[in-house]
Write a protein of this length. Structure first.
Length: 118
């Protein structure tokens, strides 16, 4: 099993999607099939460690049906990743931006506002 961040992100996104869409605590058959497929594609990716994220990759190695499914997962889980897995989501965004333009700037938001206790 590849221990790449890409795989972990994918796994997190698919389980998030499944929990909400299919009301399944563990991945349902449908979704584990998708994850397994994605894992295989990742393992065979010719870019190896230098790969861009699959979202911006120009090879599009997914079969059309699987692409449709993974795209649906990303549309759903992409924005939600910020809430559930902020670190992963941030890294994912940075990666995507890097491969798009070579430049990235993420403004760090600080949360040091005084908290009120009662
Ligand atoms: Zn599912």
């Amino acid at each position: 099993m590849p221990a790449e961040p890409e795989y972990k992100t994918l796994q997190a996104m698919i389980s998030l999607f499944c929990r909400h869409r299919h009301k399944s605590d563990n991945l349902c058959t449908h979704c584990s099939e998708l994850l397994e497929y994605a894992e295989q594609r990742l393992a065979k990716c010719p870019f190896g460690d230098n790969k861009p994220t699959c979202r911006v990759c120009h090879i599009h190695c997914y079969a059309p049906e699987m692409r449709k499914r993974i795209a649906e997962v990303m549309r759903f889980s992409g924005p939600r990743m910020i809430l559930h897995h902020p670190i992963m989501a941030l890294r994912y965004l940075v990666q995507t931006r890097k491969s798009n333009s070579g430049v990235h700037s993420i403004s760090e938001r600080r949360t040091d506002a005084p908290s009120r206790n009662e």
